[in-house]
Write a protein that binds this ligand. Structure first.
Ligand SMILES: [Zn+2]
Length: 190
């Protein structure tokens, strides 16, 4: 699945409307709501609209090994638990810090239902742009799929800081992963 420039390395969509997606017991996408189409069309993803993603394996759409294992762990957690799994994440655009809330719940068939709710947005003081690197190079940073922090020189830092102070406002080339704080959040949810 092609990702819009600043979308996270997973299928966590960011949109003003609540985006819903369901997978069956085999992790195949079986339902998306109308907000999914609006999200796809707004993010250069016309090829993902009009039920094009139905039948796709959700895990195939997650880029990066760490993000993939995080998604697997989330699905496993949702299926094992009776109650909803809920966590907050960021889904920034070049102009906005976007604060999102994900909810996952399973049903007796083993299906998992995701919803992605937009909580609020704040403007960045300057443009903060990232692009997904085809492969890691010397200058490639790691961006957390969940909180959008960026690892630079061994430390996880605010995306706007790395963009401005380290890259002087230029587009930052990144691969996607999950930072230790976000991994810990999942551990605590277990
Ligand atoms: Zn993180």
């Amino acid at each position: 699945m092609r990702q819009p420039t600043n979308a996270p390395g997973n299928t966590a969509p960011c949109h003003e409307e609540t985006v819903e997606l369901s997978v069956n017991q085999d992790d195949l996408i079986v339902r998306v709501n109308a907000a999914w189409d609006h999200f796809a069309l707004d993010n250069d993803g016309a090829h993902l609209a009009n039920d094009a993603v139905l039948g796709w394996n959700l895990l195939d759409s997650v880029s990066g090994r760490t993000s993939k294992s995080f998604m697997l762990a989330l699905l496993e957690l949702a299926r094992r638990r009776d109650r909803e799994v809920c966590f907050d994440y960021r889904c920034d655009s070049p102009r906005l810090r976007r604060f999102m809330r994900a909810r996952l719940r399973s049903d007796s068939s083993g299906a998992v239902h995701f919803s992605h709710e937009h909580l609020y947005s704040e403007a960045f003081p300057h443009l903060v742009t990232f692009k997904t690197a085809a492969q890691r190079a010397r200058d490639t940073a790691i961006r957390c799929s969940l909180c959008n922090h960026v690892r630079h020189n061994g430390l996880w830092k605010l995306p706007e800081f790395v963009s401005q102070q380290v890259f002087d406002g230029r587009t930052v080339s990144v691969t996607y992963g999950i930072c230790p704080s976000c991994l810990e959040m999942l551990e605590e949810a277990r």
